[in-house]
Design a protein around this ligand. Sequence first.
Ligand SMILES: Nc1ncnc2c1ncn2[C@@H]1O[C@H](COP(=O)(O)OP(=O)(O)OP(=O)(O)O)[C@@H](O)[C@H]1O
Ligand SMILES: [Mg+2]
Length: 259
Amino acid sequence: MSAESLLMSVVRVEHVSKDYLLGDQKVQALKDITLSFEAGVFLAIAGPSGSGKTTLLNLIGCIDVPTSGKIYINDVDVSGKTPDELADLRNRAIGFIFQTFNLLPVLSAAENVEYPLLRRKDLSSRERRKRVDYFLDIVGLSRFAKHRPNQLSGGQRQRVAIARALAIRPSIVLADEPTANLDHATGEEILALMQRINRFFNTTFIFSTHDERVIAKANRLVRVEDGQISLLGIRAENKRRRPGQREGEARAAATLRQK
Ligand SMILES: Nc1ncnc2c1ncn2[C@@H]1O[C@H](COP(=O)(O)OP(=O)(O)OP(=O)(O)O)[C@@H](O)[C@H]1O
Ligand SMILES: [Mg+2]
């Protein structure tokens, strides 16, 4: 790995282990994991059930803390941070997408997307509404803004979850088996949407999956087995030139809407 990409890592995991205590039994969920990724990767974490995928995502997402080792997000060591500081970091840098969507059932699609923004005291209500409209548009759900989750299909719910994850303008989106509860065609659609967002905004995506078809779409692959890395893969691709931020966003919205 070049010095430059090391300097610019969006996520760095150094000698991380995670033990869970179950009664008096210790489960070693992760054993001495070291990884580093540069911004903009579309990364799959693959491995059998119980291999440690969710544990690794939760540590990267600062939802949980390692038993030993260090995690760096955007080159900042997160181990010394207080719970409040971690919540703030999550709210600014990390978007989450879950297998079961985790939308709040009493809120509309628009309110679900707005929800993580309410903690952001630096955003006016006008700016919040602008973001909600913008990201609902990107995931193709403007017409469904007022629908509650139970009035939406699984694929639509996952689109709301994607819009919610993007609304904070995160540098990293973490997705734990985002397509596992969707039929194959809808899963493909959701993945293609994630891929377009990854390319247009250069947002880093890290997702876990069992599905070889999903793995095939990734440009980075980490296979975990029994809490250890069994394989690291890189796929070269002709990355598009990244357009200027504003110009890119306008074009991204237009292009993403086409789907
Ligand atoms: N809160 C917990 N308490 C105790 N053990 C846990 C806990 N969470 C996970 N584990 C254990 O840690 C190991 C890794 O679990 P993890 O959920 O990370 O696996 P996974 O790869 O995400 O599996 P799946 O594909 O089934 O979601 C497993 O042996 C699991 O039983
Ligand atoms: Mg899991």
